[in-house]
Design a protein around this ligand. Structure first.
Ligand code: NDP
Length: 313
């Protein structure tokens, strides 16, 4: 069985190409060409957990599982909060064929999924990007977004201002203007695209701050008990999800807004894969607010891991 390291993951599949692989996987998901049992989460105490994410794709024909330890305090020791492995199996024989580093694939596929949504839903003339959060996901979301729109200005906000400053300094070479801002509201005002990639359990983004024409990717809250935007924000936009089943069971923002009576079930317009294959309308007007709620899907992990395996000598 082949073992694939993080270095091999990054070298084999540049982010621009990863965006296309993930978009294709999401189309397959929405066409029913993937088997995706709901992800389960095993609590480990001290705020840690293990995620168990099985799945199967028909094209490419591969099945497997991502096993991922979620250790939110890992960044304090210089480690990714997501430690894991993606096991790929040959569909013909059932044989395990590869064990692929899970932290790097998770980082790349999540950023690629958001960037694909931005490519499909944000206005074509988007120039200002706001990133809320400055951890590992933010690191990957910036280059992924620069690959899909000609952003000229980036604002970054996070809980710890010094981290936003360090983020801006690290990425100063990659865009014309990047700066740390002291509040999330300041980051969002006048932005064309807003990306939330925090580990906050409560809303850090308010609907009243959103402006016509903005596109929002909600990425950081991946369990039902967490959320990054308030109810007014959920209600404010044309709302798309990665999978309907996952969102209804695990998307904290949607579930809370539904329970509060602020939205109805019909508020989810559909899966993002249907926007990609144009069977569902995305942005209708320049002044629409569009929202993509990302929970993360095993199909993304499998498609990216398999693509990397097939590219290696
Ligand atoms: P990191 O630990 O590297 O970064 C976390 C970021 O969130 C930091 O900027 C941190 O601020 C901020 N943060 C943490 N707690 C709070 C809080 N209470 N209020 C406001 N900000 C806070 O994590 P990652 O970047 O790896 O992951 C970010 C989130 O994305 C996680 O919740 C993770 O579970 C989720 N995720 C979602 C995926 C998906 O597919 N949708 C896939 C992978 C991850 P600072 O350090 O500056 O204080």
């Amino acid at each position: 069985m082949r073992q694939i390291s993080a270095e091999e993951v990054y070298a084999a599949l540049p982010i621009g190409e990863c965006i296309d692989v993930v978009a294709k996987a999401m189309v397959a998901v929405s066409r029913g060409q993937a088997v995706l049992p709901l992800r389960s989460l095993m609590p480990l105490g001290s705020g840690n957990a293990m995620g168990i994410m099985p799945g199967g794709l028909s094209s490419p024909a591969v099945h497997g599982i991502k096993l991922v330890s979620l250790y939110p305090r890992n960044p304090e020791r210089g480690l990714s909060s997501h430690q894991g492995v993606i096991l790929l199996f040959d569909t013909e024989t059932g044989r395990p064929i590869a064990a692929v580093d899970g932290a790097s694939v998770t980082a790349q596929r999540t950023a690629a999924a958001s960037a694909a949504a931005t490519r499909a839903l944000a206005r074509k003339d988007a120039r200002v990007l706001a990133i809320l959060g400055a951890g590992e996901q933010a690191e990957h979301h910036l280059p992924a977004h620069l690959a899909v729109r000609a952003f000229e200005e980036v604002r970054v906000w996070t809980r710890t201002f010094a981290n936003a400053q360090a983020f801006a300094a690290r990425h100063a070479h990659s865009v014309r203007s990047i700066r740390a801002v002291a509040s999330a509201q300041e980051a969002v005002a006048g932005a064309d695209v807003v990306v939330t990639v925090t580990a906050s359990p409560t809303a850090i983004l308010r609907g009243e701050w959103l402006q016509p024409g903005q596109h929002v990717n909600l990425v950081g809250a991946s369990v039902a008990s967490a959320r990054e935007i308030d109810d007014a924000g959920v209600a404010r936009g044309r709302f798309f999800v990665d999978t309907l089943a996952g969102a209804k069971a695990q998307a904290g923002e949607y579930i809370d807004a539904l329970n509060a009576g602020v939205i109805t079930e019909g508020h989810i317009l559909g899966e993002i894969g249907r926007v990609y294959d144009r069977s569902l309308a995305g942005r209708l007007r320049d002044d629409d607010v569009t929202i993509y709620k990302s929970l993360g899907v095993a199909a993304q992990d499998l498609a990216v891991a398999y693509e990397i395996l097939s590219r290696l000598p």
